[in-house]
Design a protein around this ligand. Structure first.
Ligand SMILES: N[C@@H](CCC(=O)N[C@@H](CS)C(=O)NCC(=O)O)C(=O)O
Length: 208
């Protein structure tokens, strides 16, 4: 089995954190290869495109050659193989609740963060078409959703309820990127969001 990653990639980071929570040590328990957007661009070479024609990361190659792309699909596979700690919900209601929150964190936090980054950051000039108005609109959306999430976290310690889950990981990488690449930190008056962010950031997996 081998995991393909991209240096500094937001989605690869989700899988790295998920694996760390499952106590899987990259390189020791699971071989991996990390591509670099700036240097080798190995994910755009034929060898990788033959495995994942979309040329995106992460991807998990199984021993029989099967390739699982999409961060959540990889996490689902790991969740089924390593059942504890549960990160994708226990039972029908637990799994549905975590899925609901993880989708919300993808659609309402992570995708807007990536949109603002791609459409407004100098790194993407010449790499992707940039539409400044779309970037600005998505920034407004992201700010609005941070406020919404602050309100939600008044009622529960973690994103999907009382226990840490993949939804926390998705929100964590989104807000990490917002703070770093977009210079959009959690506002001082968002005390519940700040409390949650401090809690997830202090877990050992945050350094994965
Ligand atoms: N929906 C996919 C997104 C994968 C994706 O776009 N990954 C980015 C890194 S965060 C990537 O591979 N970018 C390289 C490129 O598009 O050339 C997932 O959740 O894994």
């Amino acid at each position: 089995m081998k995991l393909y990653l991209l240096k500094n990639g937001v989605n690869p980071r989700r899988v790295r954190i998920f694996l760390a929570e499952k106590r899987v040590r990259l390189g020791t328990d699971l071989p991996f290869e990390e591509f670099d957007m700036e240097e080798n661009k190995g994910h755009k070479q034929l060898a990788y495109l033959a495995k994942n024609p979309m040329g995106t990361l992460p991807a998990l190659e199984l021993d029989d050659g099967t390739v699982i792309a999409e961060s959540v699909a990889i996490c689902r596979y790991v969740e089924e193989m390593i059942t504890e700690p549960v990160l994708m919900g226990r039972g029908a209601l637990g799994a549905a609740t975590v899925e609901m929150w993880n989708r919300r964190m993808e659609l309402e936090l992570l995708l807007p963060t990536i949109d603002v980054f791609v459409h407004t950051h100098p790194f993407w000039v010449g790499r992707r078409p940039q539409i400044a108005d779309w970037g600005a609109a998505r920034r407004t959306h992201l700010v609005d959703r941070m406020k919404w999430l602050d309100g939600e976290l008044q009622a529960h310690p973690f994103i999907a309820g009382d226990t840490y889950s993949i939804a926390d990981i998705t929100a964590q990488v989104a807000l990490l990127t917002a703070r770093g690449a977009l210079k959009l930190a959690i506002p001082d008056d968002h005390v519940h969001l700040a409390r949650w962010y401090a809690a997830v950031s202090s877990r050992p997996s945050a350094r994965a």
